[in-house]
Design a protein around this ligand. Structure first.
Ligand code: PEP
Ligand code: MG
Length: 588
């Protein structure tokens, strides 16, 4: 019997029961070499030519819709049209078909590789980088070859979406009236796909082995609590899942009733509970779930899936509206964290072997000053609302921070000279998410008004594991002594300097980790809005004493598995419901 249960990493809680649709099955297969026999040659050549023709039609239609003022975008599309019309490119692919007797996709890949080789010898860096256009164009032809340009919502009824990979750009396109849950073959515990799934409140699993064995239109249960997909569930299993779904919905409505109470322990220790958002629209979820402000606005998400950069005024209006909706509570605007897996189509020329260690976040901004300046101006102008803070991601050292501050002050001075209305006194913070920043937290603390510890990246960079890679996901250990000592060191250094310390990584939404963070006397946490009611409930039922005892035990342990067991046993007996209905970063 074919495999019926598929396991992966649960990243967004909940259960979905429905039919499947595999988004990029062919895309995965298209990169596979298939040998053909000489008799198939005319048909395969015809298919390849048709792929070019359809891609050209598609692009010409897009070109017609580009507004007149977007000259740069129009020029890029024109250059892609030229590549598609270039008979030599098409002929080179056909030539490989004849020569190697392979499928059209593979022949196209041969032709692209040849062009890449030729371009790599060009000295002019700009021209060399244009080879990316050829790749993009080839991607368009390839989508046409398997007959379905990528569209995450292309389903006729509500479906469970399966895919090899979903980029942050794909996930923000997801429409809830089309997609009820998703699973991917790639991805790790804190991949951005999971972060978006939690914001959308749809169950999700990543890193699923053998996912493409599941056929389209099969009935499955996707269990976002345990990270399982069950194909063709029997009556008994279905009844069990429906019952669990009902209990989850009861639990959620029950905890939501108390979500406006403060995050305060039985013995009076208060921790502020703020929200993380990726898109403006999520502000309603923050309010509905009792968020006490926005501790992290991941501003880069509104730059993905765009063909042109937003203007300063557009950003200003968005930021001002957001600040006015949550006023008097605060909004922390994190400046662009573009790069790594969050690359906007606007920057196709950036190619890096190790993007997570490359031109990301603040480094990207320092090298794209126009963009950075426009964003800083917009945030400073929105600051007149009185509840705006600004935060720089991925700070690695003191000089870097001082240089970034210099840019910030220069922008501020320019606004002053131009007599534009703005707030000169925004609280200024940094994300502490690199081990180097941890070790000099005492020095950095003198330069800023607050710290926010980004544990998603801090764990990735401290333990040397790609947060999006399922093969090393088992090493992603929040209770690793190195991680806990780092967090504690930063909190203590911040407090020593008299500044506020926040944690905004996914551990802030993890029921197992929260008592440990509280034991460290953290000032605030920031997490996805949907997790706020449950996390507040845990805070409100604990005492600082028990948090400190647990923290001491964990800090004294040199064995992460023993810490995991200890924390699981302790928290599970205290909060069985939360643990049933939340995903955790801590391994069983
Ligand atoms: C983090 O790194 O913990 C964080 C909150 O930022 P992001 O997940 O957007 O990298
Ligand atoms: Mg980060």
């Amino acid at each position: 019997m074919a495999q019926r249960i598929f396991k992966g990493i649960p990243v967004s809680a909940g259960l979905a029961i429905g039919k499947t649709h595999f988004l990029d099955r062919e895309e995965g297969n298209s990169m596979v070499r298939v040998n053909i026999i000489p008799e198939q040659l005319p048909q395969e050549i015809e298919r390849l030519k048709r792929g070019f023709e359809l891609a050209l039609n598609d692009l010409e239609n897009i070109r017609k819709k580009v507004p007149k003022d977007l000259k740069e975008q129009a020029a890029i599309i024109d250059s892609h049209i030229m590549i598609l019309k270039d008979a030599k490119f098409q002929e080179a692919a056909c030539q490989y078909l004849r020569l190697k007797l392979v499928n059209a996709e593979w022949a196209l890949e041969y032709a692209v590789k040849d062009i890449e080789k030729a371009f790599s010898r060009i000295e002019d860096e700009y021209i060399r980088s244009r080879v990316q256009d050829v790749r993009l164009v080839a991607g368009r032809v390839r989508s046409q070859l398997f007959g379905q340009p990528r569209n995450v919502n292309a389903v006729s009824e509500r479906m469970i979406l399966l895919a090899h990979d979903l980029s942050p750009a794909d996930t923000i396109e997801l429409k809830l009236d089309k997609i009820m849950a998703f699973a991917t073959t790639t991805g790790g515990k804190t991949s951005h796909a999971g972060i978006i799934a939690r914001s959308l409140q749809i169950p999700a699993i990543v890193g699923v082995e053998g996912l493409d064995e599941i056929q389209d239109d099969q009935l499955v249960v996707l269990d976002g609590f345990k990270g399982k997909i069950i194909v063709e569930p029997n009556e008994e299993e279905l009844a069990g899942f429906k019952e669990l779904r009902r209990r989850f919905s009861d639990y959620y409505s029950q905890v939501r009733r108390n979500c406006y109470l403060p995050g305060e322990t039985i013995d009076g220790f208060q921790m502020q509970v703020l929200a993380n958002i990726e898109l403006f629209e999520e502000v309603t979820a923050v309010i509905d779930n009792g968020g006490e402000g926005i501790g992290l606005y991941r501003t880069e998400y509104s730059f993905l899936n765009r063909n042109s950069l937003p203007s300063e005024d557009e950003l200003f209006e968005e930021y001002r509206d957001l600040a006015s909706i949550v006023y008097p509570q605060r909004v922390v605007f994190r400046t662009l964290d573009l790069g790594a897996d969050k690359i906007a189509p606007l920057f196709p020329h950036i190619h890096e072997l190790n993007p997570a260690l490359g031109l990301r976040a603040i480094r990207f901004c320092q090298q794209n000053l126009d963009l950075f300046t426009a964003q800083l101006r917009a945030i400073l102008r929105a600051g007149i609302m009185g509840n705006v803070s600004i935060m720089f991601p991925m700070i690695s050292g003191l000089q870097e921070l001082q240089e970034v501050k210099k840019i910030y002050f220069k922008v501020r001075d320019e606004l002053r000279v131009q007599k534009v209305k703005f707030n000169p006194d925004l609280p200024l913070g940094i994300m502490v998410e690199l081990p180097s920043a941890v070790l000099i937290a005492d020095l950095l603390a003198k330069e800023v008004d607050f710290f926010s510890i980004g544990t998603n990246d801090l764990i990735q960079y401290s333990l040397g594991i790609d947060r999006t890679n399922k093969y090393v996901s088992y090493l992603y250990q929040p209770l690793h002594p190195a991680v806990l000592r780092s967090i504690k060191y930063v909190i203590d250094a911040g407090h020593e300097a008299g500044i506020e310390v926040n944690v905004c990584g996914e551990i802030a939404a993890d029921p197992y980790c929260i008592p440990i963070l509280m034991g460290m006397q953290l000032d605030s946490i920031s997490l996805n809005p949907q997790a706020i009611p449950g996390i507040k409930r845990i805070i409100r039922q604990t005492t600082m004493d028990e948090c400190k005892t647990l923290l001491r035990q964990v800090l004294n342990s040199d064995d992460v598995l023993q810490s995991n067991r200890l924390v699981r046993d302790k928290i599970f007996t205290r909060f069985p419901e939360e643990l049933m209905f939340y995903t955790s970063l801590i391994e069983e």
